[in-house]
Design a protein around this ligand. Structure first.
Ligand code: GLN
Length: 480
């Protein structure tokens, strides 16, 4: 019997077990079957995974040097391209579309011996916070099956939460990795914009989107991040910067940090009082450990959600124009109708309600009469946020906040109120607006029994501090 705790321990297990990868994969396949009702996977690559596991076992036992992620079992959100496999963004409009190339992140995983076990459910085109906007139906939170897992990468979060794989890749445009990580009690990291190639990631809002990682520990997330990061000829927005060996940097974690938090974030009326209390007492603990923790004013907080929704819907309206019923997947039957009718019918039957809402909103804010009032204004706010962020990181190493204002809500509870759903993104969208890295670490348990996390953010390309501080905070919590 194999039980996963970390990649490091798994690798020791493999050293002692010649058929260790096969054992692990067959256990994960059994777990996926057992937990089918959670609806976290839309497709399981059982045969591929068994074959890959055998190949890894042979490679290792024949003395060939194993890759950094040798035999590590991954799942992928249904927006990440895996050659020869279906890719649908949980949308009817991509019915029967098969990926024709690997995302760069997937290429890098495979080059380090990872095994991909399946494709995860998510909100359609990564738009949502609850995984209820999926053509494959909602995903359930394994901590309480009447509740949502968060979104949009809900299936990926649950896959790690419920032990259906070791690591999962998701995408984060406004919190879609950190928020479900918070709701499911796992680690979720969104690196700096430009750290990981977006080649092969279905675009939602291109100046915000980043691939992110779900893991059981900060250490595992660090190792995966170092593998999938780095310059890429297929994506000119990826930084040319050298990628640090994040997993090695974690050893020196006893540093003390200058930490800030936004007063407006903790005092926000929408924040669950028990979450606020827990974070306040954690702040006291941090001070007693030698970190400095300072409350700072952040008067722009109330503008982040509207700015995010204006800009991302504008970008989405452009990105999603390629799904027209001609080039990809689903095509409506319009009998003898003309091309315009074909576009209209394919798009209105192929896209779900939330995606249509966002395409219309984005088209509106970009339209001639409203461009200056909405899109241009939102760009100015984004600029202001960037200046403010620079000033903050001149004085502080990290910003902490709750990841989400509440714990996981009931399935159906917010699905009729899109604005309420949008407002709950208040703590996560900031990192995407300014491009900084953010992580949610599962430190707390609410009196209602559900897990919740702490969000940590650091300056651009300072994932080393982000990971080191997060590891330290996790250990701080473990010993108390
Ligand atoms: N909840 C946010 C939204 O609905 C975030 C989505 C994401 O990060 N992909 O847009």
């Amino acid at each position: 019997m194999f039980s996963f705790s970390s990649i490091k321990n798994y690798h020791s297990f493999l050293a002692a077990n010649p058929d260790g990868c096969s054992i692990a994969v067959s256990q994960y396949l059994a777990k996926i079957k057992e937990k089918e009702g959670l609806n976290a996977f839309v497709e399981v690559y059982a045969e591929d995974a068994i074959t890959a596991a055998k190949a890894m076992d042979e490679k290792r036992t024949s003395g060939k040097p194993p890759g950094k992620l040798h035999g590590v079992v991954f799942s992928l959100k249904d927006v990440i391209s895996y050659k020869g496999h279906k890719l649908a963004a949980a949308s009817k409009i991509l019915t029967n579309f098969t990926a024709i190339y690997n995302a760069t992140a997937v290429e890098k995983l495979l080059a380090e011996d990872a095994i991909i076990i399946g494709r995860n459910n998510c909100d359609e085109f990564a738009m949502g916070s609850s995984n209820e906007n999926s053509a494959f139906g909602p995903v359930k939170n394994a901590a309480d099956e009447t509740r949502v897992p968060g979104g949009s990468s809900g299936g990926s979060a649950v896959a790690v939460q419920a032990g259906m794989c070791m690591i999962s890749l998701g995408s984060d445009t406004g919190g879609s990795v950190r928020q479900p990580a918070d709701f499911c009690g796992v680690v979720g990291i969104k690196p700096t914009y430009g750290r990981i190639s977006r080649y092969g990631l279905i675009a939602y809002a291109s100046s915000f989107d980043q691939i992110g990682i779900f893991a059981n520990s900060v250490e595992d997330a660090a190792l995966v991040l170092e593998v999938i990061s780095g310059a890429d000829d297929f994506d000119s927005t990826v930084s040319q910067k050298e990628v640090p060996a994040f997993s090695n940097e974690l050893d020196a974690t006893q540093k003390t940090y200058r930490i800030a938090y936004f007063k407006e974030a903790l005092e926000h009326p929408g924040l669950d009082p028990a979450i606020r209390l827990e974070i306040e007492s954690f702040i006291k603990k941090l001070t007693s450990l030698g970190h400095t923790v300072t409350a700072i004013d952040f008067e722009l907080l109330e503008h982040v959600v509207p700015t995010y929704y204006v800009l991302t819907t504008a970008e989405a309206s452009s990105n999603l124009s390629r799904f027209d019923g001609v080039k990809y997947g689903f095509r409506a039957d319009v009998g003898g109708g003309d091309l315009t009718e074909l576009y209209k019918a394919s798009r209105s039957q192929g896209f779900g309600k939330e995606v249509q809402r966002r395409i219309m909103l984005g088209t509106f804010v970009l339209s001639a009469g409203y461009f200056d009032a909405y899109y241009a204004k939102a760009q100015q706010v984004r600029q202001l946020l960037s200046q403010r962020t620079k000033a903050i990181f001149a004085e502080y190493d990290a910003i902490i906040s709750p990841t989400v204002p509440s714990t996981a809500f009931k399935i159906g509870e917010k699905s009729d109120d899109p604005v309420e759903m949008f407002l709950a993104d208040i703590y996560t969208v900031f990192a995407n607006l300014v491009g900084i890295p953010g992580i949610s670490i599962p430190l707390f348990k609410h009196p209602n029994g559900l897990p919740f996390g702490l969000q940590v953010m650091t300056s651009h390309f300072d994932e080393v501090s982000l990971l080191c501080l997060s590891k330290q905070l996790t250990e701080t919590n473990d010993t108390n």
